[in-house]
Structure formats: structure tokens, C-alpha cells
Design a protein around this ligand. Structure first.
Ligand code: DAH
Length: 337
């Protein structure tokens, strides 16, 4: 048994010296002092030798085990020190793991660009609630309970006085209630209507709202601001036109069109052969709206406008189905870097 132990030690010394890799060291460690290793095996064999020899052999074996353990841990320490220096342990040329960086959603891109454009023209950004009072969503905008304009905006009501906002226009009323003129704000966010889903409708969508109120604000101020916005979003060569349109909270009211970028206004399939694409509603703030918010409509005038962000994005990027924005398909989303 003594001899066997000496042999084991000798063999171990030969194995351990040339080891250069941590894996191999781990393997040899297991082979010798692991649960099923040689040393453990031999400790069990002690039971088989004569009783009087057992203490001595036991001591010798334990001492050998300690020596082996010591040599191995010294070597382990050495390896730890070497990490980073040795090419074989740490190969800096192996490509890293891809973290899959996201891209900004096209709707968010339009929102950011819009905010930048209007902030540049002296507008301030205000944020408002998506769960809104009937008063702000309709009544304060000159749309009383029995008004037929409510039919156009099938709403999600929570109770008779509370609903998911159908438009961002309530922020006009909320802002005017809070501050005296002059006002120059834009507000953006999600709106909700009970529309069935198709290529141009989703029950949740985004709007951008603008309002300016001051002394002597006129329709030409509205035209100037909107024209500048359209040129910055769609390009300098695009034309803008205002058609009469009806919205209860403006008088006069207008629908704003931008010339079709595909046919340059000549008329093609994408613009319904009219040469124009409708992009927003706008107008001069109705005196009733000013008065209800506590403003003197004899002294103050203002303009307002509102547009659908999905529609702007679809026209700008040539997207033909609104559902693409909400399907989270990376093949679509990663195109907008
Ligand atoms: N809120 C209107 C809608 O959702 C759009 C709109 C039209 C907003 C005219 C305005 C405006 O501020 O003046 O259809």
C-alpha cells in the first residue's frame, strides 16, 4: 500500500507539471481527489489491510491528499493571475454577442420630428390624459350631448361622463382653462375610437394637436405655420392647400391637403387622381370655445389644427396599411433607422 501511494504521488507529479489549461487541471483534480478519484478509492481500501497498519497508511494517504490539494490550488491561483494575458484563455478576437439594438418606431419618429418643428416655431409641448371627461372631449369643444358630430367619433365610454379620448383636441380646452393668453401649444398622444380594423383604421391611433391664441391672430398665421410644417415634413417642393371643412370647434374650418409626392400634383392612383392628399383639419377657434374656457372672444382670436400621426407616417414613407405599425414585425420596423 505504501508503495502504491508513492507511485500515485509520482504519477500525479508527472501529470500536473505540463498542464496549461484550466479544464485539464479540473479533470486531473477530479481524477485524483474527486469523489471517485484515486485517493478516495484508496482511502476505502484501507479497510482491507491489517488493523495495525491502518493508522500509518491512513496518515500517509491523508498527507498525500493534502499535498496534491495544495499543488492543485497553487496552480489554480496561477491560472487566475494569467487570465487576460494568455491568448488561449481569453480570445479577444471572438465576435461579441449581439444585443439586438432596437430602432425608433416610425410613429415615434414623426412625433419627435413634429415636436421639433413646432418647438422651433415657439410652441410649447403639453401632455394630457387618455381617459378624458366628456366635457373636455366634446362639450367644451362646442359639441353638446345631442350634437350629430358625436356620431362620427364612436367612443369607448367608461361611464356617461368619462371616455377614452377620441381626439387630442380636449387639450385645447384644458390649456386655455389653465393659463391666460397668449397660448402656443402642441399636444400629441393616443386616441381611441370604436372603429373596426382595416387598412386605414385601428381602434387606437395617434394625433397631433396645435393651438395658438393671442390678439390679432388671423387665418394667414394658420396658413403660414401649417405650410412651414408640411414643407419640413414632406419636402420643400410640396404645395399646401386649404379647403373649407366643418369641425364644430372652429369657424371657419378647413381641411388641409398637401400635393401628392408621387405624381407631383398631376393626379395618380395613390391620390385618387386629384393630385392632393388630405392631411389634417384646422381652423380659427370658435368664439364659443374661447368663451367656455374663460377667454374674451371679443379681444382674442386663435387657430387650431389636428392630424393623425399614422396618416402622416403612411404618406411620408409610402406605407399602405395602418396595421403594419402595430404588428411588431421587425422586418417592417427596422426599416426606419
Ligand atoms: N380633432 C379633429 C378630428 O379628430 C381634427 C381637428 C380638426 C383638430 C380641426 C383641430 C381642428 O384642432 O381645428 O377629426
Amino acid at each position: 500500500m505504501k508503495e502504491k501511494i508513492a507511485q500515485l504521488k509520482e504519477q500525479f507529479n508527472q501529470r500536473i507539471d505540463p498542464i496549461e489549461h484550466r479544464d485539464e487541471l479540473e479533470r486531473v483534480k477530479n481524477e485524483y481527489i474527486g469523489r471517485k478519484g484515486y485517493v478516495t478509492q484508496m482511502l476505502k481500501e484501507i479497510a482491507l489491510i491489517p488493523k495495525e497498519d491502518r493508522p500509518k497508511i491512513g496518515q500517509l494517504l491523508n498527507k498525500t491528499k493534502q499535498e496534491i490539494q495544495h499543488i492543485i490550488s497553487e496552480k489554480e491561483k496561477n491560472f487566475s493571475k494569467q487570465v487576460g494575458k494568455s491568448k488561449e484563455i481569453f480570445d479577444i478576437t471572438i465576435p461579441g454577442r449581439n444585443f439586438g439594438m432596437g430602432t425608433v418606431h416610425p410613429i415615434e419618429l414623426i412625433l419627435r420630428q413634429t415636436q421639433e418643428i413646432f418647438l422651433g416655431m415657439g410652441f410649447r409641448f403639453v401632455d394630457g390624459p387618455e381617459i378624458e371627461l366628456d366635457y373636455y372631449n366634446f362639450e367644451g369643444l362646442n359639441i353638446p350631448k345631442d350634437h350629430p358630430a358625436r356620431d362620427d367619433q364612436d367612443s369607448f365610454y367608461i361611464n356617461p361622463e368619462v371616455l377614452l379620448r377620441t381626439q387630442t383636441s380636449p387639450m385645447q380646452v384644458r390649456t386655455m382653462e389653465k393659463q391666460p393668453a397668449p397660448v402656443r401649444i402642441i399636444s400629441t398622444g393616443k386616441c381611441y375610437r370604436r372603429d373596426s380594423i382595416d387598412s386605414t383604421h385601428t381602434p387606437m391611433f395617434h394625433q397631433i394637436e396645435g393651438l395658438a391664441v393671442d390678439k390679432d391672430i388671423s387665418l394667414s398665421d394658420l396658413k403660414g405655420v401649417i405650410t412651414e410644417f408640411c414643407k419640413q415634413v414632406f419636402g420643400k417642393d410640396r404645395k399646401v392647400r386649404f379647403r373649407p371643412g366643418y369641425f364644430p370647434f372652429v369657424e371657419p374650418g378647413a381641411e388641409v391637403d398637401v400635393s401628392c409626392g408621387l405624381c407631383n400634383g398631376k393626379g395618380c392612383r395613390s391620390c385618387g387622381h386629384t393630385g392632393w392628399l388630405e392631411i389634417m383639419g384646422a381652423g380659427m377657434v370658435h368664439p364659443n370655445v374661447l368663451e367656455m374656457a374663460g377667454y374674451d372672444s371679443e379681444k382674442l382670436t386663435g387657430f387650431a389644427f389636428g392630424m393623425g400621426v399614422e396618416r402622416i407616417a403612411m404618406l411620408k414613407y409610402g406605407i399602405n396599411d395602418i396595421r403594419l405599425f402595430f404588428e411588431n414585425d421587425l422586418r417592417f420596423l427596422t426599416q426606419f433607422k
